[in-house]
Design a binder for this molecule. Structure first.
Ligand code: ZN
Ligand code: ZN
Length: 280
């Protein structure tokens, strides 16, 4: 009703809080989990050590040694708040003697020193789904810290960082890998051994393969978190140009050039001649 709203305004204004025992939700926790590239692709059952505040098992969260050591606060008679008359207004403030709880603990629980909770580390099993990516957070409801005065627990967030792989890179659900091949293989075609997450395999290089051509093995990529789909393993062809030639190799290539109708002057300016013609 109107009266309650009116009280709320004044409680806010004077920085007061509601009397009685206030249930407080436990804090959320975040755990930063590093995964290898393989773990992110295939998922894993992780065992995480999580320290957190938990409801004290000895006093069940009352903070008192026994039921007999909890007394109703004599100042506020258990209401947790005091009412004052100030001018025209009636103002409520939390009771100072019991700090708004309405009760006095005469003998605190020895296990938690009356704090209601104890700090404990426990190990929990967390299922990391296959296909998870860096920057994603898993939320585990109610696995955060326990609340106070019967308040609900917080949540546990597991923040994922995937460590970079030496040769593989993620691109959506595909796995990219650069594959160097000899220029002769690119021209004539051939077979080469390539790595995949499931071990080495052999792929065919078609004759006339160009730089940065992508060769694909279907289904050897990363599983989707949303459906049953799986990406592909992609190989990006990087053609290696030899930097040292024997006299014989040079001779053979020059012969190849002659056969192709190329002029082999050392400082060929054929390209610039063509450009000149283009702009004239
Ligand atoms: Zn206790
Ligand atoms: Zn009191």
């Amino acid at each position: 009703g109107f009266g309650d709203a009116f009280n709320d305004i004044f409680e806010d204004f004077f920085g007061g809080q509601r009397g009685g025992t206030r249930a407080e939700r436990g804090n959320d926790l975040q755990y930063n989990l590093d995964l290898t590239f393989e773990e992110a692709v295939y998922g894993k059952e992780a065992k995480l050590k999580i320290p957190r505040w938990e409801v004290c098992g000895d006093c069940k969260g009352t903070g008192a040694k026994s039921a007999a050591s909890v007394k109703t606060c004599p100042s506020c008679k258990g209401a947790g708040q005091m009412r004052f008359q100030q001018g025209f207004f009636s103002i409520t403030r939390p009771c100072g003697q019991c700090e708004g709880t309405g009760r006095i603990v005469t003998e605190p629980c020895p296990a938690c020193q009356g704090r209601q909770r104890t700090y404990r580390e426990r190990t929990i099993a967390v299922h990391i789904p296959a296909g998870i990516e860096s920057g994603m957070r898993l939320r585990l409801s109610n696995e955060g810290e326990h609340g106070l005065n019967g308040g609900p627990p917080g949540d546990l967030y597991v923040a994922i960082t995937v460590k970079p792989h030496a040769i593989f890179q993620r691109q959506g659900h595909d796995i990219l890998c650069d594959v160097p091949i000899q220029f002769v293989t690119a021209v004539l075609g051939g077979k080469i051994e390539v790595p995949t997450l499931k071990g080495n395999t052999v792929i065919k290089i078609p004759a006339g393969t160009q730089q940065d051509k992508i060769l694909r093995i279907k289904g050897l990529g990363i599983p989707s978190l949303k459906n049953n789909g799986t990406g592909d393993q992609l190989f990006v062809i990087k053609i290696q140009i030899p930097t040292k030639l024997t006299a014989r190799q040079k001779e053979l290539l020059q012969e190849f050039a002659k056969e192709s109708g190329m002029s082999m002057e050392e400082d060929s300016d054929g390209f610039f001649d063509k450009m000149k013609t283009f702009f004239e």
